[in-house]
Design a protein around this ligand. Structure first.
Ligand code: SAM
Length: 272
């Protein structure tokens, strides 16, 4: 591998001023990037899908960890900078210019990739929901994703608090989700208004007898009126109140007191 120029020099030479419209907040701190790349575990010779490599800071850290990286980047301006990185790591970096929301990512891989990304905030949640809504076992090995701190807290939220809602149930019913690393806003160029955190999600066994569509219907209704009692909020979902009764769940409870396991049991009972 040839020596790489400093990232800031790459940004200056290719005129990669951060675009707000593309959710661009770049990371330049090599130590922080190496810590993010270490979150999924040993990446040596493993496939990695990176969304939004930008000028390639995280990409460098992933390549240095020995990964084979496929990177999807929407900003055409970044492609020549990433091509230089691909030259420095022959056969290890494949760059795809496109919108990650449109690209058929599973078709790009034979082995299950780890997904690692400093996500553009505006598409991050949509991508996560898409990845969580695929068939199980999923086509990916793990997810390591940067989010605004507040979104990260909603993903890993325990039952009973303000942050607990649909996103927590969707994430936790079949993954083990944890905050791996808080990231201060000052680590980014330009710094965003809010703090961030890296979330790690590892696939768990899918509970048998549960359909995603049913779980989504019941959580959407319950959290759609989160201040209301279940007997009110679940009224419009066929079979939901009967399932509440069969499981002995108190219909006077509110959605945020219903655990992920209880939502899963509700969905299973509704489908039985
Ligand atoms: N990974 C780089 C880093 O850590 O410094 C850049 C992170 S920046 C927060 C988000 C990147 O995602 C930008 O390079 C942006 O152009 C790219 N991006 C935004 N929307 C995208 C989309 N729909 N598909 C692919 N890339 C996208």
């Amino acid at each position: 591998m040839t020596a790489l120029p400093p990232l800031r020099e790459v940004v200056a030479r290719h005129g990669l001023q951060a675009s707000k419209a593309l959710g661009q907040n770049f990371l330049f701190d090599g130590q922080l990037l190496a810590r993010i790349a270490a979150v999924p575990g040993d990446l040596h010779d493993r496939e990695v899908l990176e969304i939004g490599p930008g000028p390639g800071g995280l990409t460098r850290a992933l390549l240095a960890a020995g990964a084979r990286v496929t990177a999807i980047e929407r900003d055409r301006r970044c492609i020549p900078a990433l091509a230089e990185l691909a030259d420095a790591y022959p056969g290890k970096l494949r760059v795809i210019e496109g919108d990650a929301l449109q690209v058929d990512a599973p078709a790009l891989f034979e082995a299950r990739p780890h997904i690692v990304s400093n996500l553009p905030y505006n598409v991050g949640t949509a991508l996560l929901i898409g990845w969580l809504s695929t068939d199980w076992e999923p086509w990916w090995a793990s997810l390591t994703l940067m989010f605004q701190k507040e979104v990260a807290e909603r993903i890993v939220a325990p039952v009973g608090g303000e942050a607990y809602g649909r996103l927590a149930v969707l994430a936790q019913w079949r993954t083990t989700a944890r905050i791996a690393l808080p990231v201060h806003r000052s680590a980014f160029t330009p710094p965003p208004k809010v703090m961030s955190a890296v979330v790690h999600l590892a696939p768990a066994a899918m509970p048998p007898g549960v359909r995603l569509a049913t779980l989504e219907a019941v959580t959407a209704a319950a959290f759609g009126q989160r201040r209301k009692m279940l007997r009110q909020s679940l009224k419009g979902v066929p079979g939901a109140l009967a399932a509440v009764g069969m499981l002995g769940i108190d219909p006077a409870r509110r959605a945020e007191t219903v655990s992920v396991a209880e939502f899963v049991s509700l969905a299973r009972t509704m489908d039985a």
